[in-house]
Design a protein around this ligand. Sequence first.
Ligand code: 8ID
Ligand code: ZN
Length: 352
Amino acid sequence: NVPATQKVAIVASEGSGVHIKDHPVKLPSQLAPGECLIKLHCTGVCHTDLHAATGDWPVKPMTPLIGGHEGVGDIVAIGEGTINSPVQVGQRVGVKWIAYSCLNCEQCRKGYEQTCANVKLSGYTVDGTFQQYLVSYTNCVTPIPDNLESAAAASILCAGVTVYRALKYSETGAGDWVVLPGAGGGLGHLAVQYAKYMGRRVIAIDGGEEKRKLCLALGADHWIDYTTTKDIVGEIKKVTNGGAHAAVVTTASPSGYTQAIDYLRQNGHLMAVGLPSTATLDASIFFTVFKSITIHGSYVGNRQDAVEAIEIAASGAVKCHYQTKKLKDIEQVYDDMAKGKIAGRIVLDVND
Ligand code: 8ID
Ligand code: ZN
């Protein structure tokens, strides 16, 4: 009993804005082997969706586009002829940015599913989670444990996985200092919690009272307001007694990157995560070499990173701080996001 049509939030052409429309549902009989039809409950809204809707990145999304890549729902059908599906009809699963990777190219064989030669991206190169019935891929969806609510799981699938992996590869240890520019946003507020869970000490950087309160409540050891602090580098060096061991930069604006080389200590890691559209990284070559700094581009995560990030959330150690809205509120959500007004995440109920 899958309906013929559903509500979706769709961008008709580049720059045309997002609109709610009736849209056909792909019927179970039309699914290809390896595809599954998911009846979604909810979806997070990531800043990447805003980049996709405005088309400001150098790699352009398809149009018309149904965005979204932090979805949770139940599998209602699996394509006939699918072999060895790791998930079953009736199972609750999550849909992440990497909708599909071939698992057979060099990148996939090395575990780098994100850079698969045949990758499909939810809400960018294939339709995403801003709809009620979504087609995804049995090999790449993430099972959601029973004890984790759908709305709480949604943003772990992109924001959570991404910062979890960036921290995992930051070559820091327990007690080390990690700086998080963008700490009050969707990715950042989860980074504060994963970092604390991993025993790191955290300097949260963002702007405004609401984000300050959130970051400190989530366990940040020190707060810096970038809108009012004059000497961010000096303050970080003082608090960390010589410089931070790593920075995980999750701001969508290049300003969050500018001082990182200066406030990192020797052998520090700059984990580049936030994706401003055209900015270049202005790093001193001399001090990058002289201080043995590593600059590491960190792009979402593979299936295993997703399972690990979800398990930590299911244990209760990391909780997405979210407010629930309706699918038709999406334009307002994009507006607030562009203005930096959202502390934590917005999760949309796609059936309301
Ligand atoms: O795989 C990846 N690398 C990946 C995955 C998912 C998202 C990358 N992203 C990218 C998004 O495309 C976006 O460019 O990460 C960026 C952040 O996504 P988000 O966390 O979903 O955005 P947000 O909720 O708007 O949070 C951004 C925060 O940055 C703060 C804002 O106040 C906001 O809280 N901020 C800004 I803008 N400039 C800052 C600065 N100079 C700053 N915080 C500190 N210093
Ligand atoms: Zn995302």
